[in-house]
Design a protein around this ligand. Structure first.
Ligand code: AHN
Ligand code: ZN
Length: 337
């Protein structure tokens, strides 16, 4: 059995599923009763989140092949994301730019920004990166260290959640401005398996570009949430250092929402190490407080997802349960503003 069926076939299926979903949940919203750990029942008015859809969107991205900048798969997947978001968003902005990689290569990049209620001054950003890493430099097999990875969890899963969120926001207006941002070239940093002159900010090139050149004049947002490696099996998310430093109130808000939904064992009460990720530059350069929901695995060598930057970061290793929890926490946060 393959988990990456023919794309056209799946697309037809996907549309059928969506038609069915629309018929079943035409009103787009229902009151969800949930039980938290203290046995108090709480109600948050928000639309349903379908992790099956998020997974299908994640598989669809991976089916193009590794989304390494300058590759054909990267270009095709970018086009797919743009036309997807154009179906659901009020506006879609494509930020095209060229940027220099650590090795001197000029990379052709695109940040993709899907906005809801674009005229609203009260805005929230939900972001992820859509490119995948050119090097499996954490793989157990050294011979594979210069192979590109699928980045099913590292990239595609976060974007898959953004896509499902776009579908839900289209069904029920959140009454606040929302920008779903797919950053490009997050993962083109120098290989980490040998000494490289890694002076310089070679990671997160797309978010650095956006932070210096936001997609609208005088752009402001109240806060942002970055999703990175949000689909691993039995994943836990800790209060990451950069997030805690720049936006402790947002971390607490999101972790409280997770608690209310009964996901306190996934969003754990633990301070975890600083991570250089897209949110760092959004905080430092754009001065928008942004947190990172990123898997923390104390048992893995890196402290990240166990298949991080390996050939095993594949769609078949993703968990719908984790996608569901993260998706619900984000929707609960957006609809309780
Ligand atoms: C570094 O490895 C420098 N930062 C981790 C951020 C990252 C990479 N997230 C996904 N891929
Ligand atoms: Zn990565």
């Amino acid at each position: 059995m393959t988990r990456q069926p023919d794309y056209k076939f799946r697309k037809t299926n996907l549309f059928l599923c969506m038609a069915l979903l629309l018929l079943t949940f035409g009103c787009g919203s229902h009151k969800e009763k949930t039980q938290n750990n203290d046995n108090q029942s709480i109600q948050i008015e928000k639309p349903a989140f379908s992790a099956d859809s998020a997974l299908a969107y994640t598989v669809a991205q991976c089916a193009f092949g590794p989304r390494v900048p300058n590759s054909e798969a990267h270009k095709k997947c970018g086009n797919y994301l743009i036309s997807f978001f154009q179906q659901y968003g009020d506006t879609v902005c494509i930020q095209s730019f060229d940027t220099k990689a650590f090795d001197g290569t000029t990379l052709h990049a695109r940040n993709i920004i899907c906005s809801f209620n674009p005229q609203d001054r009260q805005r929230i950003v939900i972001a992820s990166h859509w490119d995948s890493r050119p090097y499996a430099d954490q793989d157990a097999d050294e011979n594979l260290h210069r192979n590109p990875i699928d980045g099913a969890n590292d990239g595609a899963a976060g974007v898959g959640i953004l896509m499902e969120i776009a579908r839900q926001l289209h069904l029920k207006n959140p009454d606040i401005g929302v920008d779903l941002i797919c950053f490009d070239v997050e993962d083109y940093g120098p290989p980490q398996d040998r000494e490289y002159d890694s002076e310089g900010d070679w990671w997160c090139l797309g978010s650095q570009y956006w932070a210096k050149n936001p997609h609208t004049n005088q752009y402001r947002a109240r806060y942002g949430i970055l999703l990175d490696m949000v689909g691993g099996e039995n994943a836990t998310f800790g209060k990451e250092g950069v997030s805690w430093h720049f936006a402790p109130d947002i971390v607490d808000k999101v972790w409280k929402n997770a608690q209310k939904l009964g996901y306190g064992a996934t969003f754990v009460q633990l301070q975890t190490p600083f991570v250089t990720d897209d949110h760092l530059y959004v905080n430092q350069i754009a001065k928008i407080p942004m947190i990172d929901i990123i898997e923390y695995d104390p048992a893995s060598r890196s402290g990240f997802y166990k298949h991080w930057h390996t050939m095993n970061d594949k769609a078949e290793n993703l968990s719908v349960t984790t996608l569901q929890r993260v998706g619900e926490v984000i929707l609960a946060t957006l609809y309780s503003e």
